[in-house]
Design a protein around this ligand. Structure first.
Ligand SMILES: [Fe+2]
Length: 219
């Protein structure tokens, strides 16, 4: 227990440094680590009901006239092998809560409202440069257990022919709850930082953009 607490203190200190300057967490996304991105638990809320609209824009649902609630984001997923060579045709399967922190899943005990205009789940394939662009919203935090609130995060399963499927979670830079999340803190500091993405508005752009870089392991 003591070593866990000590490690947690170190992690908190480092997250603070990362949040203080532009170097640190965001640059971690651009580096080639030469290793697979860390895996994280799938969690209990992978979608169980088939869904007609499963495209790369989660902010619009076919048949609905309104857009999803919440902060709209452009999330680029870059899929590579362990040598940072881009992988074309990788399947990016992601699911997340809506802005209130509620999943579209029958066993989610969260009493928050579902957003009927949010898509919750998407599947898309990377292009020739190993990238795919998803438009989504920042999910809400939600209670996971007594005294534990999960920070905003997005769940992923990423696969490609010839590679091992990776199940993981992506987090948002600058979230205070990252420093206390038992699932994120289960990873060594450097590995956890690779799952944290910073979203920035480029000049002239309205929607913040972030890049989640994923390295898969060959079979
Ligand atoms: Fe979750």
């Amino acid at each position: 227990m003591g070593s866990f607490l000590n490690r947690r203190k170190l992690i908190q200190a480092s997250f603070f440094v990362g949040a203080a300057g532009p170097a640190g967490l965001a640059l971690a996304q651009d580096a080639c680590f030469g290793t697979t991105l860390p895996s994280q638990p799938e969690g209990p809320f992978y979608p169980v009901k088939p869904q007609r609209d499963i495209d790369a824009d989660l902010t619009r649902v076919v048949g609905k006239t309104q857009a999803a609630r919440g902060e709209i984001l452009d999330l680029w997923v870059q899929v590579q092998d362990e040598d940072c060579q881009n992988i074309e045709g990788a399947l990016v399967d992601l699911w997340q809560a809506c802005a209130t922190g509620k999943y579209n899943h029958p066993r989610d005990p969260n009493t928050a409202d579902l957003d009927p205009n949010f898509q919750y789940w998407a599947k898309a394939y990377t292009d020739a440069s190993g990238r795919v662009k998803l438009r989504t919203i920042k999910p809400g935090a939600y209670p996971a257990a007594e005294g534990w609130i999960r920070p905003p995060h997005i769940h992923f399963k990423i696969s490609a022919p010839g590679f091992r499927e990776l199940t993981t979670q992506m987090y948002f830079a600058g979230e205070a709850l990252n420093q206390k999340d038992l699932i994120l803190l289960d990873l060594p500091l450097e590995e956890g930082n690779r799952l944290i993405v910073r979203f920035d508005r480029e000049e002239g752009e309205v929607i913040p953009k972030g890049v989640f870089t994923v390295q898969l392991k060959r079979v």
